[in-house]
Design a protein. Structure first.
Length: 94
């Protein structure tokens, strides 16, 4: 694995910089942030569209042969996964 690419639900675009220059060894993580979903004053249909778009894009990259890991907001271990991601974010900002 060369690189881990993280994509959030408000970053759905094939022109996203995190998705440019991918290699087959890279891991793409599609992360549905439950805190974001609960805190943003968006219409429920907009949130549903973002999640559906993210899941569709994850499926597209899976079919193209890339390594994809999706963390959905209703994943059984979401809380533990979220803690790991928050810790990584803290370490990367210092």
């Amino acid at each position: 694995m060369t690189c881990i690419r993280i994509v959030l639900q408000d970053q759905i675009s094939q022109s996203l910089s995190a998705l440019t220059g991918l290699s087959q060894e890279d891991l793409i993580v599609f992360y549905e942030d439950k805190n974001y979903l609960q805190s943003m004053p968006h219409h429920p249909k907009k949130i549903a569209l973002q999640l559906a778009s993210m899941r569709h894009l994850a499926e597209e990259y899976t079919q193209k042969g890339y390594q994809v890991f999706s963390i959905s907001y209703d994943h059984p271990q979401w809380k533990q996964l979220n803690e790991v991601i928050e810790q990584l974010a803290k370490e990367l900002t210092y």
